[in-house]
Write a protein that binds this ligand. Sequence first.
Ligand code: UFG
Length: 332
Amino acid sequence: MGKKVLVCGGAGYIGSHMVRQLVESGFEPIVFDNLSQGHAAAVTGVPLVRGDLLDPAALAELFAAHAFDAVYHFAALIAVGESVIAPDIYYRNNVVGALNLLDAMRTAGVDRFVFSSTAAVYGNPETELIAETHPQTPINPYGRSKRMMEQVLEDYGRAFGIRSVIFRYFNAAGADPSGEIGEAHDPETHLVPNVLLAALGAREGLDIFGDDYDTRDGTCVRDYIHVNDIASAHLAALDWMETRDGSHVFNLGNGNGFTNREVLEAARRVTGIDIPYRIGPRRDGDAATLVADSTRAKTLLGWTPKTPEIEAIIESAWAWHRAPKYGPFSGA
Ligand code: UFG
């Protein structure tokens, strides 16, 4: 039997792709999810335990029932704009929830943890490409909640021997080629799905938030990374922790920035649809440009993204959005 791993948030977008890769690689994932954002239908063939990180008793029961080799933590709130309006909810879920999880691990003697962090910990970048050593001055509560947990992991490594790998994702997009899982947030706030929903007529058109940024066409620049490439780095993290104490941080991005208008143009080419859009005001908490230097993950983890091209990423998302198996547009 493969090693048992806990995947918190395994019914969500990135977590469900992780579960798939873990199964393919011979692991035995158990999903823990409160289904506030995730979908039960995204979890097939592996156990789904419905529960909340804010419920220590549920965590104690989970860790008593299974001997986990490692824990993946994808169960966080992720909308930058929402975090500005409701910081209380963000800190409770992303910090208190994660602390509960770490405490349950300590009680059970589990010492390997893979944490989903974000490019939002950097704030407004001082360099064109952002390396892990870049100063961290997050500009929204979401980024600050993740930054806090990174600091906690450093301290827990030293004090309690918790080994961790921290991944700072840039912009996750795309879907598994199986067509069985994909992005299905409600409400959807992310650019790639919103462009495609506009292409399908499921929303009136794309609202582009601001065109007066200091970028080549005035719209924000982001670095899009295929969700399965994020998941493959998380697999490599388990090997990395075999031989290393402490916490280790890696960026995950492709190192290519695309403006929001360029993403729209790429989606028009992929879909063949003249997707309507309008320019609106800036969204609170958005940095102008976020592009990764992921040299560290490539050289140290041996990580190689398989789908780095923006059109291929959008193509895979398009296949999902035309026939989603669950979520607000599935018709299920
Ligand atoms: N955008 C639009 N219209 C939309 C949706 C988004 O113009 O309908 C714009 C945003 O203003 C931003 C860009 O598209 O300029 C990307 O926005 P997303 O919401 O898709 O992604 P973010 O960059 O805000 O956030 C994502 C993750 C965060 C992470 C961040 C770090 O959701 O968890 O990347 O790069 F912190």
